[in-house]
Ligand binder design. Structure first.
Ligand code: MG
Length: 169
């Protein structure tokens, strides 16, 4: 049976993962309004990944005999000043999520839940990848600056991203 404090922390993180899904869905709409369809595809995959992250914890809480309690998902921003501004927020958001996963592991440590620590290791590794991939897109956008041709080349590259259902835990 899962510890009550651990259960509460997982429930808060389930909400944070679904908020990430919502934020990226909003960014997908923003990039669609710019007709950057490769970016739209990139966010489609990002949304699917965040959904999988939330569901991984959802299933885990139930597997551990805990109770999932869904909360309201906050309204995300609906527009950004530029693609760079959007990706600056993506990078900040992923750094914030990493700090949240670390805090969740602190709770697991505190209540001596080693199974949860092992489970959360997957999320920690995933965050290293997330920070690296979104950081790369931001760095490329900064290099591109206002070169439209280069932006379209990046858009074409991002069109190739595909979703692979993660095996969590
Ligand atoms: Mg996530």
């Amino acid at each position: 049976m899962i510890n009550e404090k651990m259960e509460k922390a997982f429930n808060e993180q389930i909400n944070a993962e679904f908020y990430s899904e919502y934020l990226y869905l909003s960014m997908k709409a923003y990039f669609a309004s710019l007709n950057l369809n490769g970016f739209v595809n990139w966010f489609t995959v990002q949304v699917q990944e965040e959904h999988a992250h939330g569901m991984g914890m959802f299933d885990y809480v139930i597997e551990r005999g805990g109770k999932v309690e869904l909360e309201a998902i906050a309204k995300p921003e609906i527009t950004w000043e530029s693609p760079i501004a959007a990706f600056e927020q993506v990078v900040r958001h992923e750094e914030y999520v990493t700090s949240r996963i670390n805090a969740l592991m602190d709770v697991a440590d505190e209540v001596k839940d080693r199974a949860a620590l092992t489970f959360l290791n997957w999320y920690l590794k995933e965050q290293v990848e997330e920070e690296s991939s979104v950081g790369n897109v931001l760095a490329t956008l900064k290099l591109i600056d206002d070169d439209k041709h280069a932006l379209l080349m990046l858009d074409r590259e991002l069109a190739a991203r595909t979703f692979v259902q993660p095996v969590i835990g």
